[in-house]
Design a binder for this molecule. Structure first.
Ligand SMILES: [Zn+2]
Length: 224
């Protein structure tokens, strides 16, 4: 569905508010509820479904006409009536073109939090046309490992999983995990710098290093 223009959106919302008022005024007053409980519940459901339509329509609103003061010092959008500062439950995304969800968040405190829950700033996953992107951002926190307490460093970690291959990026590393059946690997996996490995071992790795003339690493390609 194409997004509504501001004028169109305003009239859609105006009609919706009229419907909400109509249901509320005529079917949801107290004396009506006493007469027929079944009908009352049906109208209540309609009211809630209209409320959901309001929420979806409101996602298209850029709140371009500003806010008006309502009760308790709160402000509501002049077009869609949403309360300023209240987070939306859903996202509104264009089907074609660039899609944006959220803003970039980084660790934002030097404090060591008591646990991961308190330190967590964002943990979110999207499955985008079959590829999975996960973001995990947290401040520093205490954790227990083998009965001793350790500090887990603050981190912003992003990973992409495609065809069973996972590429993770954080402040210090870029890591690629290939799809391997770990149950078949009897010993613990090893790791080492390229210059530490035996030539025969290295020959089996289909890895190409990109570097410039000053010998600086530009990239790594793994052939599948
Ligand atoms: Zn609005």
């Amino acid at each position: 569905m194409k997004p509504f223009s501001k004028i169109n959106l305003r009239s859609q919302l105006h009609n919706l508010f009229k419907s909400l008022d109509f249901v509320s005024r005529n079917f949801l007053t107290e004396h009506k509820s006493e007469k027929n409980k079944g009908d009352f519940q049906a109208y209540l459901n309609i009211y809630q479904q209209l409320g959901l339509a309001w929420e979806y329509l409101g996602l298209q609103c850029r709140h371009g006409d500003g806010y008006k003061e309502i009760q308790d010092g709160k402000s509501a959008c002049k077009i869609c009536g949403k309360i300023k500062g209240v987070k939306d439950t859903y996202y509104f995304l264009p089907r074609l073109g660039h899609k944006i969800i959220g803003k970039r968040i980084n660790p934002n405190s030097k404090k060591i939090f008591r646990n991961r829950k308190e330190a967590l700033l964002l943990e979110d996953t999207i499955n985008f046309h079959g590829a999975c992107v996960n973001i995990d951002v947290h401040n520093m926190y205490k954790s227990r490992l083998f009965k001793s307490e350790i500090n887990i460093a603050d981190e912003r970690s992003v990973s992409l999983t495609e065809r069973g291959i996972k590429c993770s990026i954080d402040q210090h590393t870029v890591r690629i995990n290939l799809k391997r059946n770990l149950k078949k690997i009897k010993r613990l996996p090893c790791s080492g710098f390229a210059w530490e490995l035996r030539r025969e071992t290295l020959r089996k790795f289909p890895v190409l290093f990109d570097f410039d003339q000053r010998g600086r690493l530009l990239g790594v390609m793994i052939l599948r």
